[in-house]
Design a protein around this ligand. Structure first.
Ligand code: XMP
Length: 509
């Protein structure tokens, strides 16, 4: 495994992604990790990440310089390289100007990372300070016009440094450089596969949990589903899943989940129908944030009451993913503004003292999908589009009533059927309908109608941070609109949402 020391770069997750794409396991750890702990992880190599600071700043991140005596190969990237140089007696010069963007990298010695590269290549620079003096034992291996010391090597110690960012797409040969570090320098093996991961994860769940009982909030989303399946494989009936039907689900959703998880996969599940509690508390509420708060609170109450019935449960399982962990541990990530409060299923009940089991906490989303596949989860579940915890409550704009929910459910079902039939379901990040709180005039047969309007939202996105409205074919849109107005009573107008995120958000509330 490879350890990535987090000096605060926005590209840290990318470094981890690249390493794992090479089928080598890696973890990101904060710079203050004690060396004994670091050693215990037995890394084959260490990558010191970039970061926004200058090593001359008082509060710049530092780690125990003893890391340079461990006889473990080290690659320093940007700030990581400067930190290494500075710690080992070289000289870093504070810059008054940043170098940012593409640069031509002239390879001076095809050693170490550069064995696959001849002459020149493009690299991505983003730095203020520069190295002006090398520590003993180091040589320069590459330069750019503005940065004479762009890459360095200490062959004897197996230390490497690059001023540019090999992990970003803008450094086209970056992955080749990282591969040389992983395989030639560190001697890693390509053995990080989901089958191996599953085997190890199942063993460590068994070790952690023993013969104790575990509970898990199952939402049917890919993260909680894969978590459930993995733990089920490890401890069987000692896992109890709690599925809360909040009355805000899509058409047939609860029945489908029941079928897959209870009948096919034989999981031990308690289905709690709490629709009444949710809908009663939501009566008359139109404010989106109030809706979210209520749903979060009622969910906790229902989940906790159900969990308490399992008297001897000691563990709570959650489908936390690696990006959540990195975000919460990042030494430099400040709190971001709360745009919408998120209430994810599986949140820790406040008053229960349960220990956490989080078997996906080192995985990225696409790895979770691969793991689901390796565990035999059906494609339908693995490729489900995200569905928000508050469900249809934030898609019925205005007051939530059983009647309005029923209209939206029918509309949504027609929409998804057509999106699937058109082959768009997997291509879209999300596709859904929103019921608006206004009515419009229409004409059906010879009758004037005064009915509801629904909006269709379909977006493409990589991570939901940004999203673009999908350019669906007009023919498909025409069919969707036609079917909805003809088949769903109470709707006489369909509009298509053509806003991107930002400045709009994906959900309307
Ligand atoms: P927005 O609307 O903020 O949504 O652009 C970004 C992504 O998050 C989902 N979403 C939620 N997921 N609980 C969830 O589990 C929530 O409260 C929630 N609100 C939004 C949304 O569907 C999109 O994928």
């Amino acid at each position: 495994m490879i350890l990535i020391i987090d000096f605060g770069s926005q590209f840290n997750q990318l470094i981890a992604r690249r390493v794992r794409e090479c089928r080598v396991y890696c973890q990101i750890v904060p710079p203050h990790i004690p060396l004994t702990e670091l050693n215990a992880l037995k890394p084959e190599g260490i990558i010191l990440s970039g970061g926004p600071s200058s090593i001359y700043e008082k509060n710049s991140p530092k780690m125990d310089p003893g890391v340079f005596d461990l006889q473990i190969p080290i690659l320093g990237i940007c700030y990581g390289m400067q930190y290494m140089v500075h710690s080992l007696g070289g000289q870093v010069q504070q810059a008054n100007k940043r170098e940012y963007g593409f640069a031509e990298l002239l390879i001076q010695e095809r050693a170490g990372l550069f064995q696959d590269i001849q002459g020149k290549t493009i690299c991505w620079m983003s730095h203020g300070d520069s190295i002006v003096g090398l520590p003993p034992g180091f040589r320069i291996t590459a330069a750019t016009a503005n940065t004479p010391i762009a890459a360095i090597i200490n062959k004897h110690k197996q230390f490497y440094g690059v001023q540019f960012h090999p992990e970003v797409q803008h450094t086209p040969k970056g992955k080749l450089m990282l591969q040389r570090f992983l395989f030639d320098v560190c001697g890693c093996k390509r053995n990080w596969t989901m089958k191996n991961f599953a085997k190890d994860a199942i063993r460590s769940i068994q070790e952690q949990v023993g013969d104790k009982k575990v509970i898990l909030g199952l939402s049917g989303g890919v993260d909680s589903s894969v978590t459930a399946l993995l733990i089920h494989k490890a401890i069987g009936r000692n896992l109890t899943c709690i599925f809360v039907d909040n009355g805000l689900l899509r058409k047939n959703e609860a029945e489908q989940l029941k079928k897959v998880f209870q009948q096919h996969l034989q999981l031990n599940i308690r289905f709690v129908n709490a629709a009444k509690a949710f809908l009663e508390t939501l009566k008359g509420v139109v404010d989106p944030e109030k809706k979210r708060k209520i749903i979060g609170k009622v969910f906790m109450d229902v989940f906790e009451a159900e969990a308490r019935k399992l008297k001897d449960a000691e563990f709570l399982a959650q489908g936390t993913l690696y990006p959540d962990i990195i975000e919460s541990q990042s030494a430099f990530g400040g709190p971001t503004a709360v745009i919408k409060s998120h209430h994810n299923v599986g949140g820790l009940p406040l008053t229960m003292k349960l220990k956490l089991v989080e078997p996906l906490k080192y995985l990225f989303k696409d790895e979770v999908r691969l793991l689901g596949k390796a565990l035999g989860l059906e494609d339908n579940l693995i490729w489900r589009q995200p569905f928000p915890g508050p469900g249809l409550a934030i898609r019925v704009i205005g007051e939530i009533t059983p009647k309005r929910l029923a209209i939206l459910r029918e509309v949504d079902a027609v929409l998804l059927e057509e999106i699937r039939a058109g082959g768009f379901y997997r291509k879209l990040w999300q596709s859904f309908a929103v019921l608006l709180p206004i009515k419009s005039v229409g004409i059906m047969g010879d009758q004037r109608t005064y009915e509801n309007i629904v909006a269709i939202r379909a977006v493409t996105s990589k991570d939901a941070m940004t999203a673009d409205w999908a350019r669906l074919p007009q023919k498909l849109l025409a069919k969707i609109s036609n079917r909805i107005i003809n088949e769903v009573r109470g709707v006489n107008r369909v509009v298509y949402d053509i806003s991107s995120k930002p400045p709009s958000t994906i959900e309307w509330e």
